[in-house]
Design a protein around this ligand. Structure first.
Ligand code: PLP
Length: 461
């Protein structure tokens, strides 16, 4: 046996995680099958999919309707390229999605995932500005922290302190304004006054850069992993809408995690109808893991005007391919007919109440936040001072590992070196029932109980 094999790494091939830090991949299970909200590993162990993979598996595993739709479509027409032909699954999906999204989002541009869709949204803004004579508009503004993807284009707008030293010389970073965190706010502020201060900084940044140079502000209306499902106060939404309109800056909502029903409304933007963005980006739950898919939702007004000028001429080979579109149509039908958005709202409320009860008795739960079934639990060393746990205890990753002993698969990853806090996602599939919520909350309680004991033993509390 050579050194590579001794370390559990095959000489040839191996799973994707061989590329990741070995410290973060301790004990990854080998998943062999899935059903409903559960997956099973090769040891026969059943794990509840508490974070829906990475907030993807909205309708759970093995949905016959979706699988059949993709199979039937593939038999009829497997592939057809969008630049040289049109096909019904593309038009059907656009129509279904635009109707669910409502007025202002009549056109849908499909991509292969969230990063690609965010890039398309930014490039659409740029092409529109260019075509309408606003040629200097190139600067993008986003939040620190935030996550918008892993391509070079989206790394440039993502707010993650770890990216700057590695990629800083390769991309032009967006200007960053602070994320309107609600839990840990600077002294003298409430969540609301801090959010307004963050909005004020957006305005100042636009003015400093020169409004004629600023293209768009891209923002996660309900945060994902980078802020731990942060939900800003309504006043923040009203302010950023006012500011973007005032200076002619596109407001883009990155709903890659939060969209497609996850927060208890089809669009996260629907929670703040007075502050509708110009463009919305979806991915993840839109095809619920059955096939790679992202989408940019845009008003017909802008798309049709641009089409009569230069057009927006970018495409990738797999955009709007027939099998993907057929699968996503079935996911949307399932979402609507099984009332999964409503379930995310009501069961999400129930899960929050149960988790908040748990938080009252756990010494390390600092905050439980989010909307619907997009929820994060923030871990702290001291609940009164909100002091963070020491980085070396690797709390988020320990949650992932311990949770498996309690029958749960949890997505937890430290972002920005933990500078803004440490949390994990309790965001199960939208099909999750009340008894499954009870099972998940009990599992989280047991996991955090074990972690608390471990932290005591290590003198880390
Ligand atoms: C808010 C947000 N935007 C963009 C992305 C990138 O999407 P993808 O991984 O599909 O490229 C993610 C992925 O986690 C995300 O959470």
């Amino acid at each position: 046996m050579n050194d590579i094999q001794a370390a559990g790494r095959p000489a040839v091939g191996g799973p994707q995680d061989l590329f990741y830090s070995t410290a973060n991949t301790v004990g990854l299970p080998r998943i062999v099958r899935g059903e409903n909200i559960y997956v099973w590993d090769d040891q026969g162990r059943r794990l509840a999919d508490v974070s829906s993979g990475a907030i993807v598996s909205n309708i759970g595993q093995g949905n016959e309707r979706v699988l059949r739709a993709m199979y039937e479509q593939g038999k009829k027409l497997s592939f057809s390229y969008v630049r040289v032909s049109r096909h019904d699954p593309n038009s059907d999906l656009s129509e279904k999605l635009a109707k669910l999204a409502g007025p202002g989002y009549e056109r849908c541009h499909f991509t292969s995932g969230g990063s690609e869709a965010n890039e398309m949204a930014i490039k659409f803004c740029r092409q529109y500005a260019y075509a309408t004579g606003q040629t200097r508009k190139t600067r993008v503004i986003s939040c620190m922290p935030s996550y918008h993807g892993g391509t070079l284009g989206t790394i440039a707008v993502t707010g993650d302190l770890d990216f700057a030293p590695v990629y800083g010389d390769m991309v032009t970073f967006s200007a960053k304004v602070p994320s309107p965190f609600t839990y840990r706010v600077p002294q003298g502020h409430t969540a609301e006054t801090y959010a307004l201060e963050c909005a004020r900084q957006l305005e100042t940044t636009i003015v400093e850069l020169g409004p004629e140079n600023v293209l768009c502000f891209i923002f996660e209306p309900v945060g994902g992993l980078s802020t731990g499902a942060n939900v800003p106060p309504a006043a923040y939404f009203r302010e950023i809408r006012r500011i973007c309109s005032r200076y002619g800056v596109f407001l883009v909502f990155d709903e890659v995690m939060a969209g497609a029903g996850r927060t208890g409304k089809f669009l996260a933007a629907d929670h703040w109808p007075e502050a509708k963005p110009d463009l919305i980006v979806l991915a993840k739950g839109l095809a619920a893991g059955y096939t790679p898919l992202g989408a940019v939702l845009a008003p017909a007004r802008l798309v049709d005007e641009l089409a009569s000028l230069t057009g927006f001429n970018l495409a990738h080979t797999y955009n709007a391919n027939p099998i993907t579109c057929a699968g996503a149509c079935a996911v949307l039908d399932e979402t609507v007919e099984s009332r999964l958005v409503e379930n995310a709202a009501s069961m999400g409320r129930y899960m929050f109440s149960q988790l908040r009860e748990l938080a009252a008795t756990s010494p390390i739960i600092g905050d439980v936040r989010g909307k619907g079934f997009l929820c994060a639990i923030e871990l702290v060393k001291n609940k009164d001072t909100k002091e963070m746990l020491a980085p070396h205890v690797r709390a988020a990753d320990r949650v992932r590992q311990i949770a498996m002993e309690h029958g749960m698969l949890i997505y937890a990853r430290r972002t920005s070196g933990g500078k803004f806090g440490e949390w994990f996602m309790a965001s199960p599939p939208l099909i999750t029932t009340q008894s499954q919520v009870d099972e998940i909350v009990a599992g989280i309680g047991a996991t955090l109980g074990d972690l608390t004991d471990e932290l005591h033993r290590a003198n880390a509390l």
